[in-house]
Design a protein around this ligand. Structure first.
Ligand SMILES: NC(=O)c1ccc[n+]([C@@H]2O[C@H](COP(=O)([O-])OP(=O)(O)OC[C@H]3O[C@@H](n4cnc5c(N)ncnc54)[C@H](O)[C@@H]3O)[C@@H](O)[C@H]2O)c1
Length: 304
């Protein structure tokens, strides 16, 4: 039997990364996960994958794992806005310094392509919608800035060293394994947990702020296409969003339950992706509707 090709997923014990690991195992790759488990969970990592409990800040640890891999999916990050405001140095070291380590290891290890998890938080507040990749960015938090710097590093690395990279700017990702705990839980997870506990949904501000919710299975498909497509590899930045915006009030209505309005917080009023570039370059389109995705989650949380 031919030897399986090695691929690496940093942050592969996390919410999105663990789904990518599953898809790669299914495709017959020898999957290696780099994750220090600060946010990830060992149990999420597919049994057929190899988990290396190491930190992306440590080049000596990650270099041999990445060496000789075909693809690297770089998902590891400290991905919370409020945490990044409270911990700018630590998040900078992981989200930017760690990314540079991953890029260098990939270049030296002869990796064929790095797929980077960028974030729509790079857009920050904008006046016109939908959000297009060629708009000037306007990040509103250390996290948004750090994720933007990460994608710029990918681009520069491709230009300077020829390492093929591509960045996918995810919008609000949700789906099975999303984290409903903690202060920084994303809205769908938070509402599911509140409903489970018989509590009202706490909505910040008037609830008319909107988000572009994209299902994790759609994000996984975008990653696989980005690793294979012959149209990308030169540091392109591509939105991965549903292309529709839904208010937080509407999300509450879809999950179903009483609401309580609390203090507004610092956050962009709206996000909505222009996803035409993903359609054109990757042949990607979102397939899971918010109604379907929420109904599946209610089932998982035993709420229906
Ligand atoms: N979830 C979203 O809506 C969203 C949106 C845009 C971009 N992203 C990006 O997608 C990626 C994955 O996000 P997620 O929601 O799955 O987050 P997550 O927290 O579930 O996963 C991140 C993983 O990285 C690991 N990690 C953190 N610091 C590390 C370090 N120093 N060394 C090794 N591993 C480390 C964590 O343990 C965790 O398993 C992140 O890069 C994030 O910025 C996510």
């Amino acid at each position: 039997m031919a030897k399986k090709e090695k691929v690496v997923v940093t942050g592969g014990a996390g919410f999105i990364g663990s789904h990518i690991v599953d898809a790669l195992v299914e495709r017959g790759f020898d999957v290696h996960v780099i994750d220090n488990l600060v946010g990830g969970k060992k149990e999420r990592v597919h049994k057929a994958a190899t988990l290396h409990k190491v930190d992306i800040r440590n080049s000596d640890s990650i270099n041999p794992i990445i060496d000789g891999a075909k693809y690297v999916f770089h998902m590891a990050a400290l991905p919370r806005v409020i945490y990044s405001i409270k911990h700018p140095i630590e998040t900078n070291e992981v989200n930017i310094g760690g990314t540079v380590n991953v890029l260098r290891a990939s270049q030296e290890g002869g990796v064929e392509r790095v797929v980077y998890s960028a974030s729509s938080s790079a857009y920050g507040d904008q006046k016109t919608f939908p959000l297009r990749e060629d708009m000037p960015v306007n990040p509103k938090s250390p996290y948004g800035l750090q994720k933007y710097v990460g994608e710029q590093y990918c681009k520069v690395w491709s230009e300077v060293t020829g390492l093929p990279t591509v960045s996918l700017r995810y919008f609000n990702v949700y789906g099975p394994r999303l984290d409903p705990d903690g202060d920084y839980a994303l809205v769908i997870g938070k509402f599911l947990k509140q409903k489970k506990a018989g509590k009202p949904f706490t909505i910040t501000g008037d609830g008319e702020q909107t988000r572009d919710f994209i299902h994790v299975r759609d994000v996984v498909r975008a990653n696989i296409l980005a690793s294979e497509s012959t149209n990308v590899g030169n540091g392109e930045v591509i939105n991965i969003g549903a292309g529709s915006d839904v208010s937080i009030n509407k999300v509450a209505e879809l999950i179903g339950g009483p609401v309580e309005y609390i203090e507004p917080r610092l956050e962009p009023r709206h996000t909505r992706a222009d996803n035409r570039l993903a359609r054109k370059l990757l042949g990607w389109e979102p397939l899971v509707s918010l109604e379907e995705g929420i109904s599946e989650l209610k089932h998982i949380f035993k709420l229906s």
